[in-house]
Design a protein around this ligand. Structure first.
Ligand SMILES: Cc1cc2nc3c(=O)[nH]c(=O)nc-3n(C[C@H](O)[C@H](O)[C@H](O)COP(=O)(O)OP(=O)(O)OC[C@H]3O[C@@H](n4cnc5c(N)ncnc54)[C@H](O)[C@@H]3O)c2cc1C
Length: 265
């Protein structure tokens, strides 16, 4: 079985700030790591490989420094690592990002047939949850989102349990397919010493937009259908009002009067 896991380098959760002037995420200088949900996705892929045999490939789209999440993927059990990096990809929205990732997956598929693509549910920076379902739309492969368990797998299909608004449902998806997973899917392991050494030595296959045969009219900020009109960090206003009174009973009465005055009761 060949499993491709999409991993994204994101700022560590506590470092996410928005530039008040430009409205963009401030990525420069922020410590980065593998997007938390992608750790669960990768662990699910490695566990599946250990159960049924096969290969785990990790794929990222990002700038040169994103190679650290690919090396981390090797330390966590991936076998091959692929990076899409090209100035033409800069400023891509989710439509454009998922298109580029789907073209990367097509290229990986041409090298070795892909059975399953596993994405995290969402990222901790842009946080849309679009990418997994959008990749499946570009590839026209079936998709299950919010997958919490891999129930069983055979030569032709995978059976998964996914979260729904009011419980869960069991779906069977034929290969090739795309899954987006939630934290319940796995328990990420500690990186082994052997894995860390392999990570340092691993060779990254780096591709440009031309290498993956992407249509440049679908890439980058100039061609994205999405426009960010404004983004900002909400300011916290302290509008609490202290209700006075000489004792508890009086404070209670005053509170009731205040609520009535404001038509709240
Ligand atoms: C108009 C516009 C301009 C933007 N400009 C920039 C910019 O200049 N620079 C910038 O960094 N971002 C930019 N973004 C954000 C960028 O579009 C998103 O970071 C990207 O599309 C992924 O979306 P997400 O983080 O919401 O992923 P989600 O859909 O929340 O992620 C779900 C899963 O998809 C996979 N995934 C997501 N992104 C990647 C990736 N890059 N590689 C591999 N797997 C991935 C992971 O498995 C992840 O868990 C821009 C967005 C918009 C709308």
């Amino acid at each position: 079985m060949h499993i491709v896991t999409c991993v994204k380098q994101t700022p560590k959760s506590e470092n996410i700030k928005i530039d008040p002037v430009t409205g963009c995420l401030i990525r420069a200088g922020a410590d980065s790591a593998m997007n938390p949900f992608d750790e669960y996705a990768l662990e699910a892929a490695v566990t599946l490989k250990e159960q049924v045999g096969g290969t785990v490939s990790a794929l990222t789209m990002g700038p040169p420094q994103a190679e650290t999440v690919l090396r981390d993927s090797i330390a966590r059990g991936a076998d091959r690592i692929y990076q899409l990096g090209d100035r033409a990809l800069a400023g891509s929205d989710t439509w454009s990002t998922s298109y580029a990732l789907s073209k990367g997956i097509e290229k990986i598929n041409a090298l070795q047939k892909v059975d399953v693509v596993i994405c995290g549910k969402q990222t901790n920076d842009s946080d849309t949850g679009h990418i997994g379902p959008q990749i499946s739309a570009w590839l026209q492969w079936p998709n299950a989102a919010f997958v919490k368990k891999i129930v069983r797998v055979n030569q032709k299909s995978i059976v998964v349990e996914r979260l729904t608004e009011d419980g869960s449902e069991i779906l069977e998806l034929p290969f090739p397919c795309v899954l987006s997973v939630v934290k319940e899917i796995s328990n990420p392991r500690v990186r082994s010493v052997k894995g860390r050494i392999a990570a340092k030595r691993a060779i990254i296959t780096a591709w440009t937009a031309d290498d993956i045969g992407a249509d440049k009219e679908k890439l980058g900020i100039a061609h994205c259908p999405t426009r960010v009109v404004k983004s900002f960090t909400p300011t916290r206003e302290n509008t609490a009002q202290i209700v006075d009174g000489t004792n508890g009973r009086e404070k209670g009465k005053n509170l009731v009067s205040l609520l009535k005055e404001n038509h709240l009761i």
